[in-house]
Design a protein around this ligand. Structure first.
Ligand code: G6P
Ligand code: ZN
Length: 543
């Protein structure tokens, strides 16, 4: 093996977003693009000499090619060892677990999460630190700074590594361990949950469908749900990971997981439905005729987690991203535990989990997780739900309605306006920011505004400050509208409008969320003019 130093120059646009760097695949495949970014990661974390990194991805188009490049660059930069999932496959939570279990110096995860894959779609890469979680803002900023000043990268000249065979290979002085991507993760799940109780539930006639959306969770779900827990063969659908996710959009929400939604709303619905995204960290939970919003799922899991062995001693605290509904706050209040409100992005939960201040975390964007890893975890959420259902012996719908009766219902919806011209989107947010100081006391859509601000977060553990994390407007009666620009898109800007209202009247628990939120939706439009400015009749996506 010979090592070469390749001259390069900074490529604009390598600033990581909410979760690593995401770009159109052809951009990532462009000359030096991947190499510049990988070298900047290495430089940004103080080099990789003598280090061990976990490497794997969600199997999307360019996954294996990119891993071959990364391995050659690791070897050339002096890394000691790479732990790689067979065929380059590792779900994001499984990678996080491996980093922790093997005590590595972090890992590189190749994924654009729930974004579509293929030559004309999206690709992504992110670095996770030794705690198994996405790089902190500080590390991310250092990596970005390197991308703007890079002049060369190191790469070795070598044949491709055989990633299809489990075993150990060498590349120069570096050892490459190709491992089964499922084994360690499945063992962790068995430690956390009462598999016997779930087996008993599934053998009692309880039926489920898990839609892996042709993405990474297929092999994990088949091994755990069907082969270990005894779900009927065929319960896992779309279970073979495909480079283009079968042409679909691997995002587990009612729009992109429509087949599952249609089934769950039909007379043939099984007792439980779930789906996960491209890289296996998101989840959607659906009961018979009953969709559970991610915010409600977090609240129900917080209220019932003690029924699973891993959480039997209770929760240290809970954390949610700011735009996530306050449903979990009401549970925390009754339990007398802390609730933390963080900016959007799983990385912000890391310090709280590491410090033992929070046990469960969740986001409105279909993310739920706990201190077992440092990423959100789709299958983990499914298994915790199954464990809770096995213990309570209730249907999903009943568990949810009992929850609302006890804690009240936070009606919630998110409206997305996608591929908006970036200048227009920024202008819209700037205009609201400029008016924030005068809003309190005014009315919009017939609702009185009680407060308005822009969310700024000071991490209670490390003291770091993150500003401009979303515009918040509060209304009389406990309603709220939040506006922020997505940090994960690859085309123009996506404006997200998050709408919420608390209902405590027992007679008002069964309304259509869009109708129950009508006044807040009207007020949000009056204040932002998002529809009139973008010239759209309504949002592109409603979740
Ligand atoms: C990724 C992150 C999440 C985040 C989500 C939405 O999935 O891991 O933590 O909530 O993106 O981010 P966005 O900036 O698009 O709203
Ligand atoms: Zn994801």
């Amino acid at each position: 093996m010979s090592t070469i130093k390749v001259e390069t120059s900074p490529i604009p646009g390598q600033k990581p977003g909410t979760s690593g760097l995401r770009k159109k695949t052809h951009v990532f495949m462009g000359p030096h693009f991947l190499e510049n970014y990988v070298q900047s990661i290495f430089d940004g974390i103080g080099g990789v000499v003598g280090k061990t990194l976990v490497v794997g991805g969600d199997g999307r188009y360019f996954n294996e090619r990119a891993i071959q490049v990364i391995l050659r660059m690791m070897a050339a930069n002096g890394a000691a060892r790479a732990i790689v999932g067979q065929s380059g496959i590792l779900s994001t939570p499984a990678a996080s677990h491996l980093i922790r279990k093997r005590g590595t110096d972090g890992g590189l995860i190749l994924s654009a999460s729930h974004n579509p894959g293929g030559p004309d779609e999206d690709f992504g890469l992110k670095y996770n630190g030794p705690n198994g979680g996405p790089a902190s803002e500080g590390v991310t900023n250092r990596i970005y700074a390197r991308t703007t000043e890079i002049t060369s990268y190191m790469i070795s000249e070598a044949q491709d590594i055989d990633l299809g065979t489990i075993g150990t290979e060498t590349l120069g002085h570096m050892t490459i361990e190709v491992i089964d991507p499922v084994t360690d993760y499945a063992a962790l799940m068995e430690e956390l949950f009462d598999f016997d109780a779930i087996k008993a539930l599934l053998s009692s006639g309880f039926s489920l469908r898990f839609d892996a959306m042709h993405a990474v969770t297929g092999p994990y779900a088949k091994a755990i749900l069907e082969e270990t827990l005894g779900a009927a063969p065929g319960s896992v659908v779309n279970g073979t990971p495909l480079p283009d996710f079968g042409g679909g959009h691997p995002d587990p929400n009612p729009i992109w997981a429509k087949d599952l939604m249609d089934l769950m709303m039909s007379p043939d619905a099984p007792d439980f439905g779930a789906a996960s995204d491209g890289d296996g960290d998101r989840n959607m939970i659906v009961g018979k005729g009953c969709y559970i919003t991610p915010s409600d799922s977090l609240a129900v899991l917080a209220a019932n987690a003690h029924l699973a062995p891993a959480y039997k001693d209770g929760l240290a605290g809970v954390a949610r991203s700011m735009p996530t509904s306050a449903a979990v706050d009401r549970v925390a209040e009754k339990m007398g535990i802390d609730v933390f409100e963080t900016p959007t992005g799983w990385k912000f939960f890391g310090t709280l989990l590491d410090a033992g201040r929070a046990t469960l975390c969740g986001e409105e964007s279909a993310g739920t997780g706990s201190n077992h890893v440092r990423e959100k975890d789709g299958l983990w959420a499914v298994l915790l739900w199954l464990n809770v259902l096995a213990e309570t012996k209730q249907s999903v719908a009943r568990l949810m309605s009992d929850h609302w009766a006890r804690y009240g219902r936070n009606y919630y919806s998110r409206h997305d306006y996608e591929a908006v011209d970036s200048d227009m989107a920024n202008g819209l947010v700037d205009s609201m920011r400029a008016r924030l100081g005068d809003m309190a006391g005014q009315t919009a859509g017939g609702l009185k505004i009680t407060g308005a601000d822009e969310f700024s977060y000071t991490d209670p553990v490390d003291g770091s400050v993150s500003k401009n994390q979303g515009i918040r407007i509060y209304f009389e009666g406990g309603g709220r509208a939040v506006f922020r620009l997505s940090g994960t898109g690859t085309e123009g800007a996506t404006i997200r409008v998050y709408l919420e209202r608390l209902e405590i009247d027992p007679a008002g628990m069964d309304r259509d969320p869009q109708e129950a939120l009508g006044p807040i939706i009207a007020a949000a439009e009056e204040l932002s003019r998002v529809r009139s400015e973008t010239g759209r009749e309504g949002p592109d996506v409603i979740t």
